[in-house]
Design a protein around this ligand. Sequence first.
Ligand SMILES: *Cc1c(COP(=O)(O)O)cnc(C)c1O
Length: 467
Amino acid sequence: MKELLRQLPSVDEILKENRAKQWLETHPRVLVLEAVRAAIDKQRKAILQSAAKGEDRKTVALSEFLDQAETVLHELSEPSLRPVINATGVIVHTNLGRSPLSEKAIQRVVEISRGYSNLEYDITAGERGKRHVHVEGTLTRLTGVEAATAVNNNAAAVLLCLNTLARGKEVIVSRGELVEIGGSFRVPDVMERSGAILREVGTTNKTHLKDYEKAINENTGLILKVHTSNYKIVGFTKEVSPEELAKLGRKNKIPVMWDLGSGSFIDLSTYGGAGEPTVRQAIDSGVDVLTFSGDKLLGGPQAGMILGKKTYLDAIRSNPLARALRIDKLTLAALDATLGQYLDPDKAAKEIPTLWMLIQPLSEIERKAGLMADGFKDSGNKELSITIQDDTSQSGGGALPTGIFPTKTVCIRHGQLSANQIESLLRLGKPHIITRIKDGMVIFDPRTLNDEEIGKIVETVKKIVTT
Ligand SMILES: *Cc1c(COP(=O)(O)O)cnc(C)c1O
């Protein structure tokens, strides 16, 4: 063992090899060094392991170290954050980056990021301006609200509003709405960090107006309504409408806030979004402050929207926390462009990918399923069986919890490869293709795929089944 360890090449020895010299020309030195060290380390560990087990080991050729280092170097050279193809059919997939941006939003990001902008500069007046003005105009136009701003995400929006409106005061919330959204966003926890005091009312399934009424006292700062995004209480239930809460708030001079969660500018009632109010309807209910995400059903970048009465928005915007939670200029560029698209709702439905994926007709999904299935069949591989099945997609992202979206999935099975093997080859391959497994088959849901991605999937699957 000692002999083998002594024979391990040094970093310098490996770097003298021609292959390693070439790496240094095309890769940063730190990465080459890390890769070479990793290769040596791996051999050292293998030698020690063999010795512990009493196994014999042969000396390893230098070329093997080079191969190993090259593999590591390739891995290290890949960016950590990379594109994937989402074949799961889950539209607002939080793990996969939620909403892809529209072309217009992408163009605006490119344009704004390339140089300077009037981010906080009033061009007409020639003096310092405010960054929220860039979305306020469109948001007031779209919803009729008095004032609006955008922050880092909806969690930040909720935190900022609670901290501004109810720090050290009680916030009345229904027990049925004390939800966990996932990724550790829990309403009670955010409430605590905001400095507000949670005042739960009602029961899990039923909360009445009188429950809220009874909880009001001189230390009440806010009445909060939270969208139970990812679940629905059904059966023997009662919740108080935002209209009733708004009325109660006005009577007692207490602001009423609604965390709408997803927030859509388009009426999705015919697309599985029955009972989901649009942002305009939510504003019309009379609540004082409304928050929702920018990258859920809105289909824009990660952002938190805050809409409401001017007096509250003025207070929210001048809270010192607002600076810590502020939106950055690239996000603002994408958000402004996306919101602008909603001024023409018919066009928005076709041009904003998230919306289109949700409302595309089943015939379009069927066409894409056919395209993919034909591509697979084209491989002529006898071991590959391909079927198209009826299934349902999920909207994801805690949006439309009861929405059912009929889809057509392409399912494949292979004689020699298990579904798990195919799934992992697709996931680890280039491009990375994320699929589901069901009943021993790999499932592709064309709802979240465009024709170009389908082409890439077909090409990759063909390669996998023929090697
Ligand atoms: C998703 C969601 C949030 C968190 O929004 P992010 O934009 O992910 O920060 C907060 N509240 C509700 C009701 C949600 O659905």
